[in-house]
Design a protein around this ligand. Structure first.
Ligand SMILES: *Cc1c(COP(=O)(O)O)cnc(C)c1O
Length: 309
């Protein structure tokens, strides 16, 4: 049967009804690629996989959440969506708004966003508002505007975003036949790690897996509020997608840490770039620095025997 996107595929597990019109670009169903060379380089006998979320329609996992958020915005009669973004969210929001025929407003930190993503959002016809400030300032502005204008926020504080993103955990369990022992993720606002945990718990409760993974969240050292245990006012890192000092899912992420027996840690930009290069050179997989952060962390913790032993 033709795959037509994750809402249609998982409609029994998502908050949609028969009358909901799905706004989809065929997102989800991304490859889970087994690492062939890196474990041997570490002299460790671990079975490790990367989920290639860059193969979603606009190039990031944000599409999993955006298909749900925009579907529900349209269902509730919204004619416009708004988000703050460091890049990937803006491209995704702009594309799904274009697909739905509604307007997207995107607030971005001046000079601190991936340029390709900005071009992507612009060509989809989004209204781009650059602010002097960082993502966290943008997020405050988004909440203010949405407080007195008829627009839907599509950042990960939108609960439908997490509903869509939980499907990545479903796909992993279906492909592996069970949940993995550990799941390592990069953490910015911590929406994605929270969404994965929701998905893992849901499948475990429905006996579609025999266990839930330990969830490990990795940040960049200059932008590590979870590792530090407090908000960071001037986050700095080359990994723009996780350059977030005031995470929106602070409470949720701490529940994930506790319930899954997981932890948070941080990596230097140098380690992050080295992992990006290693994955590209040794496995043939290209990803952005934020994504490589989880690999950098996993490599360090596999070497330390914290992961996989
Ligand atoms: C959005 C994003 C992140 C951070 O996800 P959060 O849900 O904010 O923790 C990490 N990596 C990439 C590539 C992203 O697009």
């Amino acid at each position: 049967m033709r795959y037509t996107g994750l809402i249609n595929h998982y409609k029994d597990r998502l908050p949609v009804s028969k009358s909901t019109k799905f706004i989809s670009l065929g997102e989800g169903n991304t490859p889970l690629i087994r690492l062939q060379n890196i474990p041997a380089l570490l002299s460790k006998d671990v079975d490790a996989y990367v989920k290639y979320e860059g193969l979603n329609p606009t190039g990031s996992f944000k599409d999993r959440g955006m298909t749900m958020a925009v579907t529900k915005a349209v269902e509730s009669g919204s004619k416009a969506i708004i988000c703050a973004s460091t890049g990937n969210t803006s491209a995704s929001a702009a594309a799904y708004a274009a697909r739905a025929g509604i307007k997207a407003f995107v607030i971005i930190p001046e000079g601190k966003i991936a340029l390709g993503k900005l071009a992507q959002a612009m060509i989809h016809g989004a209204v781009i508002i650059q602010i002097k400030g960082n993502f966290d300032d943008g997020m405050r502005l988004v909440k203010e505007v949405a407080g007195h204008a008829p627009v839907s926020i599509v950042n990960s504080i939108n609960p439908f975003r997490l509903q869509g993103q939980k499907t990545a955990a479903f796909e992993i369990i279906e492909e592996l036949g069970d949940a993995p022992d550990y799941h390592c993720l990069p953490v910015g606002n911590a929406g994605n790690i929270s969404a994965h945990w929701m998905g893992y718990k849901e499948y475990y409760q429905d006996r579609k897996s025999t266990k839930t993974p330990v969830m490990v969240g990795y940040q960049a050292e200059g932008s590590a509020p979870f590792k530090k245990g407090m908000m960071v006012d001037n986050p700095k890192t080359i990994a723009t997608a996780i350059r977030i000092g005031h995470p929106q899912s602070w409470g949720l992420a701490h529940e994930v840490e506790k319930e899954s027996n997981g932890w948070f840690d941080a990596l230097s930009d140098e380690d992050i770039l080295a992992a990006q290069k290693l994955l590209a050179e040794k496995e043939g997989i290209f990803c952005e620095p934020a994504s490589a952060t989880s690999l950098a962390g996993a490599i360090r913790d596999v070497k330390n025997d914290k992961v996989g032993s």
